[in-house]
Design a protein around this ligand. Sequence first.
Ligand code: MN
Length: 257
Amino acid sequence: MKILVTNDDGIGAPSLWVLVEELQKTARVTVAAPDRERSAIGTAVTLFQPLHAEPYRAPVAGVTAYAVDGSPSDCVILALGKLVEGGTDLVISGINPNHNVGEDVHISGTVGGALQGYFRGLPAIAISAPPGSRPGLDSAARVAASLAEKLAGHPGTRVFLNVNVPDLPLAEIKGARITRLARSSHINTVEEDHHDGRKHYWLVRERTIEAGDEGTDIQAIEQGYVSLTALYTSLLDKPPQRLLKKLSAELSMELVT
Ligand code: MN
């Protein structure tokens, strides 16, 4: 299986390489990631200036990597259009070291990058772990690799999974749930201060996750489950329910044994 990996935290982010190291055990991985922090850039693409892709020395053996001076969306468009030879089976974006839940998926660069794979007819996964959690990060890498292996059996399926992993080691995760997005945004505060005679405003991300409603992504991760939210962009292109149920059931079985 050939996997293209991107992220929105930049090619130097440790969480990217935790994912790549796990994927590389069973797949051929190419990385095209922003050359700097591009979180919260959403689906932005660069149209009015050229892009550049510099070969990057990957800390994982056997991986081809490029640092791109653009957004996660740029990285995926450029990689699928020019950089990767011999086709791509799956696009994975992450691991974002912060959950991407609720309506924040619209501003997430992690989700934005994966979306470009989905737009191009490939299965796509955006994967996020809780902030500052090594167990969560390792669990997320394993969950992404497992989903990639399962999706390999369904080539050509248009499915876009936004995956959030709870703050738990793999052995303590209770299973997987198919969820819907919670109706909430965590960028809900504006703070202000003064510098150099000017007033500065900061949009602040509220880091504590509030109790989620029944069936939402937030509730699932709070209760110790992997949240699988199928995102889709067209009413004519709804997520394949049977495949989702199969993925969720198989992942749950794997996690609780
Ligand atoms: Mn990020």
